[in-house]
Design a protein around this ligand. Structure first.
Ligand SMILES: Nc1ncnc2c1ncn2[C@@H]1O[C@H](COP(=O)(O)OP(=O)(O)O)[C@@H](O)[C@H]1O
Ligand SMILES: [Mg+2]
Length: 333
């Protein structure tokens, strides 16, 4: 059996690629790591540049360069494909379209439709019950966001982009904050200032979307990152924000800590895991400050590796077993 894991770069291996390729090799799978941004087609047969991880390869560390020979691998010669990378902005339309076409023939751990349409903060309203998400207002019009903010003068808010990550441009908005107008303008492309300055409107369309979301005070107690595989909770750790920042992202100084999950947290995570499975998403991460879900991450979510670091427990074998059990019946010999 051959598993192709599509990753961002062979020159900087990601944390999931490291733990998951080892787990699948332990079970006896052939694992190819292929670069998502090099997908191409030969008479409409899709291929990528990749490496075959040798059977006796030592486990490697995230951030290392894949030391093995680069070769060409056809997607239709693999039994299972796992997208654990994200296409670059310049090529994303080509890559997603070719991957979708490839997925007509070969099973994908996470469906292309799910990755394209649900891996965004827009999908919170669809996948998460109302009582488990904060009220959000989404627009690319500064003045309507500003009006909405002013309608609730006692409310603290967060403003953020719908399709970003690692805490980028996630702002905390206090009541009557003197920076709120400029933050909302900044997030929506500064359209008024830009059109004033470009003397006749040659500057192009600038109106980015922003989410204005009610602040969730439970976040102060810490968040839990939970990895869900085939609808089951498989790994988790806590994230405590740095005292100088309101965001708990590890890339912004948040700290991964060992935590327990209670039955309510498991039930909520598995409910969302089942909702994701209905759209072909069998692996993803959720950030929870119970009873709230902050967001989910389906692209190449961190969590398995950090859980191993903070608790010493490696859950990657369990992930591999669940995935294989789910896809067994689809495998072509
Ligand atoms: N509504 C909110 N209330 C409180 N804290 C929030 C809220 N939204 C985001 N945060 C904080 O900011 C962090 C980053 O926000 P998030 O929505 O997860 O964006 P990103 O995709 O950039 O990680 C969260 O992990 C959380 O600590
Ligand atoms: Mg986040």
């Amino acid at each position: 059996m051959r598993l192709l894991i599509l990753i961002n770069s062979l020159d900087c291996l990601g944390e999931n690629d490291a733990v998951l390729s080892s787990a699948f090799r332990r079970i006896g799978y052939e694992v190819i790591l292929g670069e998502i941004n090099t997908i191409a087609a030969d008479d409409y047969r899709y291929f990528t540049r990749g490496v075959l991880v040798p059977e006796d390869a030592e486990p490697y560390s995230p951030g290392s360069v894949a030391p093995w020979t680069r070769e060409t691998y056809f997607l239709d010669e693999c039994q299972l494909i796992w997208v654990l990378g994200s296409p670059q902005a310049r090529v994303f339309r080509d890559i997603w379209r070719m991957l979708w076409l490839a997925s007509r023939q070969t099973p994908f751990v996470n469906s292309v439709e799910g990755l394209v349409f649900l891996n965004s903060k827009h999908a919170m309203g669809y996948l998460v019950p109302k009582e488990n998400r904060a009220f959000s207002y989404v627009s690319n019009d500064f003045s309507s966001l500003w009006d909405r903010y002013q309608q609730a003068p006692d409310q603290w808010w967060v403003a953020k982009p719908p399709n970003s990550g690692c805490g980028q441009n996630v702002f905390l908005l206090p009541q009557n904050g003197p920076n709120v107008r400029t933050i909302l303008q900044c997030l929506t492309g500064n359209t008024v200032a830009q059109s004033e300055m470009d003397y006749g409107g040659l500057g192009g369309f600038m109106a980015d979307y922003a989410i204005l979301q009610k602040f969730i005070p439970e976040v102060a107690q810490g968040e839990k990152r939970i990895i869900v595989t085939c609808g089951k909770v498989v790994a988790w750790h806590g994230r405590q924000r740095h005292p100088n920042d309101h965001r708990s992202n590890l890339t912004q100084g948040g700290k991964a800590v060992p935590v327990d999950l209670n039955a309510n947290e498991v039930a909520l995570a598995e409910l969302i895991g089942k909702n994701l499975m209905a759209h072909g998403i069998n692996f993803g991460a959720l950030d929870m400050a119970y009873p709230y879900i902050i967001e989910f991450d389906l692209g190449f979510p961190g969590g398995l590796y950090d859980t191993k670091l903070v608790s010493g427990v490696d859950r990657s074998d369990h992930v591999a077993e669940l995935i294989i059990a789910r896809f067994k019946k689809h495998f072509k010999s």
